[in-house]
Write a new protein. Sequence first.
Length: 765
Amino acid sequence: MVVALFTNANAQTIQQIENEAAFTKLYGYVRYFYPGDEAAAIDWDKFAIYGSKKVDACTTPNELKTTLISLFKPIAPSIQIGGDNDNITFDRTLITPANLHGYKTIAWQHIGVGLLRDRRSLYKSARTNRPVVYPAASPTFGSMSTIIDGAAYRGKTFKLTGKAKMADGEGTGHFWVRVDRADKKFGFFDNMDARPITTTDWGNFEIAGTIDTNADKINIGIFLQGAGEFWVDDFTFSINEDGKWVQVYANNLNSAKTGVSSTANILSGNPNLKVLPAPNPAYIYSVVQDNNAPDQKWASIKSKSADDDIEAHTKYFPEYPQVGEYVNKSIGSGLKVVIPLALYGDDAHTYPAADSAKFGQLISDLKSIKRDSINGNNLYTRLADIAISWNVFQHFFPYFDFAQTDWQKDLKDALTDAHADKDGADFQKTLQKMTAKLKDGHIGVNWRASTNYYLPPLTWEWVQGKLVITHVLNNTVNLHQGDVVTTINGQDPGAYFDNAKQYISAATPGYLDYRVQRETLLGANGSTLSLTVIDSNNAKHDVTLNRDLSYMTYYNSLPRPDSIKTISNDVMYLNIGTIHMQTINAALPQLEKCKAIICDLRGYPNNTIPFIQYLMTIKDTVKDWMRVPHIIYPDQEKIVGYENYGWEIPTLGPHLKAKIIFITDGEDISYAESYMGFIEHYKLATIIGQPTAGTNGNVNFLQLPGGYSFNWTDMKVLKLDGSQHHGIGTKPDIYLTKTIKGVRENRDEFLDKAIEMVNGYSVTP
């Protein structure tokens, strides 16, 4: 009896996964390749949630078939769904009007995939002979703020409190605090990005923290991100003085002038407090009065409405499906689908039109899905997000040949994990695990509600097979540069890192190492990291660290080399990651006299392309090392062409004749690799260090229901000689590694090697 019950329960789970996988595949075929007007008009995010719930309840393949027909026929009346063994024939006459006068061919064309619907994007999707609608520019954020003198409150704890609600719209409300330090860097920063205000009822909200010991100014404020209307009342900033909370700023708005402010100068209840200038004109800033209680007022930020930009459109490129072309695809669960890839359409509608009553009911059902229910705690949001993201990669990701993953199996694994997830944080891990298999260094799954954005005061790296502390950012902790970590939270460091790697997408071992070093430090504010370390005297001790540095504070605390410095009379050092062209140009007379120039590109470069031009002796003529595919068929079958791009940069005088050394490592990604691509291809320098990240190309962006999002690479990038770049990157001429001894002595061993090399150079005549 026990065995039978277990078998039945397991069979039910298998059926659910099969149902969801079949829905996912059909969802992608219809969304991206069925050209009907109804399909182009629905909210596909909500449809994914709605459909996932419907199919999840099906107990047999036949019930699944019936449900899929009821789901998709109102938006795609020309599709046919049947069993794998059914003899489904495509009948062109069923999609052909009796009189073709005034009809044109409607079919999808994709350049990459146009998820952003932004005229400026390289990635576009549109149907032939149908207008392209660019949504009105989405409001970014509208902010009210004020400034408090920070010097008087250095080192003190504070809290910013207030009441707030979203009165309308899909945007999110936020309080924010930012400390500007005396050294011109940012200190404490929190803008509630991980915990935005979405409630439509009044609630109490707070930001708390400690003011930096070198604080200059404290910026406090509120903002609305996106569209809608955000209300705030009883806005108060308090300092803890000897255990008592003392109000430094308080504004209940009741004495404020009702109506619109042209300057957003609403939070300045104290005449001694300044207000930041230049409010975003896409928003209306006002004080609202309660009609039933005139003495009750609050601040309002409201986005302005704008009209969509509609552009006449015929086609992006010559190739597109013709009426009569179709696909016959298996979707699993013993089912297959036949979908026409082109339809006839006049100015009013594609043919044939769907049942208007059923289409109207579907639109009504989708609108009834409440915003508050769309979150990672909801199973059907999670299943929908898998369906949406899996299809984007299935039909448009250009590097499956490198990833070498079983994407069909990965779908079912992700759906199974989504069922097991207990909350939104678990589901972020599920998305990370699924996308890690694609080996794309641009992918990083973000979740708006995540709190895991704080770090302890250290950096670490694997050096000579051991995990080594490379920097200590707080001199009050009992750690030293060069300490070797032997346990992390009681676990072997290797196992700890291996567990983290399964959630990180990277195309090269070097970039995976770079990312995992940071990811293993992240956690919630105030959470702890317990380490056992062995110091330089071979003494072992335990230390517990608090994750209390915001990402911005942590980043600003990292040591950075000079942008430019003189190594000797005829050798100069340039940090390509921080230097500006104005600085390089000012130094040109000295650079022209150098026998050697050391260029450090361990990181992301500033816009210093002219420096490459000073090194080149011939014009760059490669026009096609960046390629965006033209896609008209599903599953990336028969790609019909590419949009090709290159930089085509000319030479620029004066030509620098010095010996050039470039230092690289696994952190170098994207634009840094474009930069190094020219150095490598035209043999402009000796490259030392480690291979770059092997991930290049403009990213595309996918935003998912529930506040999840990620970038990914939607462009195939090659080396300038046409060979593979992805997963390879630029390899150094001389491969270098760090040593524990070098870390303990605070030496930059890569730079030391470069200096050693240039000491043997002589000036070129």
